[in-house]
Design a protein around this ligand. Structure first.
Ligand SMILES: NC(=O)c1ccc[n+]([C@@H]2O[C@H](COP(=O)([O-])OP(=O)(O)OC[C@H]3O[C@@H](n4cnc5c(N)ncnc54)[C@H](O)[C@@H]3O)[C@@H](O)[C@H]2O)c1
Length: 256
């Protein structure tokens, strides 16, 4: 099976850390013109590449806070003005925003909001801003990186994270129904735990040896997940091969 994205315009958010960065590179390697967005503007240059990829694609840095709807609207307007389209939108920004588990009675309003804003409001802002150009083109692909945490109990123990990931999955289902008639598919990839960023590394290091072993033993494939595992699922949803698949959440966890 050959999956290619020659001349496709793509926005990937959360491009500084493991999953978003790997997705951005996987698309550029296959010919896409990728805008790599993240709130960590100083670290974005490391996620991009000055010269074109072998497959002809390129990655440009786009500093962006996905919770700022005005900035998201402006970013999409700039992308469409520069390239004439937005073919694929991948929302990988969000995560746990540096937080760790706390008993519910200790969770502040700010902690509750910050995770929700990046994961769910960010997804809303992005899809809302990308939709007019996708509708005009009569096609489009949206892929949201949710989590296994949205399908069950979250390993992170963070209430807002579990809620946000379940919220993303609900949003995907609803938007798929709304946007299908316009040729736009909306799907989600739900990763299992992987050590992709300082936040998830901190969580891993907080486990004793027995807990680490228990987490690994729960993985049927008996190996840790890699960002490439997630990127490959995104490539499929973003490709022509997934033309009649929408509203779905694919768990990529190495397990049933
Ligand atoms: N690593 C895992 O174990 C795991 C498991 C399941 C799901 N996920 C999800 O995968 C996605 C990517 O996570 P990751 O593992 O690469 O690391 P991560 O969660 O640290 O990455 C999140 C990225 O989003 C960026 N970001 C956060 N808020 C933003 C904002 N308001 N605007 C723009 N950018 C913002 C961060 O700077 C960071 O680069 C996240 O949504 C995360 O919840 C990760």
């Amino acid at each position: 099976m050959e999956i290619g994205f020659k001349d496709k315009t793509v926005l990937v958010t959360g491009a500084v850390r493991g999953i978003g960065r790997t997705i951005a590179h996987a698309l550029a390697e296959r010919g896409a013109r990728v805008f790599a967005a993240d709130i960590l503007s100083d670290e974005l240059h490391a996620a991009t590449k000055a010269e074109p990829f072998k497959g002809g694609g390129i990655i440009s840095a786009l500093p962006l806070d996905v919770t700022d709807s005005g900035a998201v609207d402006a970013a999409l307007a700039k992308i469409v003005a520069e390239t004439g389209s937005i073919d694929i939108l991948v929302h990988a920004a969000g995560g746990v925003r540096g937080l760790a588990a706390q008993p519910i009675e200790d969770v502040s309003d700010a902690d509750w909001q910050v995770i929700f804003q990046a994961n769910v409001t960010g997804a809303f802002n992005l899809v809302r801003a990308a939709t007019p150009a996708m509708k005009q083109a009569g096609k489009g692909r949206v892929v949201i990186i949710s989590s296994r945490a949205g399908l069950g109990v979250s390993l992170t123990g963070i209430q807002s994270y579990a809620m946000s990931k379940a919220g993303q999955i609900g949003l995907v289902r609803q938007l798929a129904h709304e946007l299908g008639p316009f040729g736009i598919t909306v799907n989600s990839v739900a990763p299992g735990f992987m050590r992709t960023s300082p936040d998830y590394e901190r969580q891993w290091q907080s486990y004793d040896e027995a807990k680490q072993k228990a987490v690994m033993d729960r993985i049927a494939m008996r190996r840790p997940g890699r960002p490439e595992d997630i990127a490959h699922a995104v490539l499929f949803f973003a490709s022509d091969f997934a033309d009649w698949i929408t509203g779905q959440t694919l768990a990529v966890t190495g397990s049933p």
